[in-house]
Design a protein around this ligand. Sequence first.
Ligand SMILES: [Mg+2]
Length: 230
Amino acid sequence: MIVTDIEGTTSDIAFVKDTLFPYAAAALPDFVRQQAKDESVQPLIAEAAALAGLEAKDLEAVIAQFLAWIETDQKITPLKTLQGLVWETGYRSGVLQAHVYPDAFEALKAWHTAGIPLYVYSSGSIKAQQLFFEHSVFGDLRYLFADYFDTTTGPKMEASAYEKIASEIGHAPDTILFLSDQLSELDAARTAGLETCWVQRNKTVKGSEKDKPSPNYPCVRSFSEIAFST
Ligand SMILES: [Mg+2]
């Protein structure tokens, strides 16, 4: 079993930071104006208005509130849901195509073909993860994954989340390999008894954990270096 992170692991962090989030911010005002009466959008406007102490019918004020939350990087539930809907429009229209490293695509495909169950664990919502892999640069990759986990299972830096994932997958923690670019996530996964591999993509980032030697974790530059046997 392999559980993989997305951002910085299967995919370039820059796609999320420089493409996905700016797209949502730019497209959100018109999306809300056009879809305000839609049954999936209307409750989000009402929820956001209630949270901010605004009138739901004052659409422009609610839009300004959404944008202010984006600006200050607030994890507000109606905002996250709304971003998901905006991304969906972008993916379906072909404007957005999710980045996946070619080595990640090749390895995931080979593992899948070899019958190794693959799972995703990412801080993006499960819906966002599925959209991401449905509209990747390599086409619809959802067939590769048996299931998806997000932070509704638990925070990525807490061992309990990995214990829960192992129990939901239905396999012993030490039969699961967890792939991530974040040492704090690997620490939590290891505490829960999972095997871990540090995917260290970026050689040029300086001063961060990426430059520190890590005797604790097997470390790879690409998925092609990962050895996994069932
Ligand atoms: Mg990551």
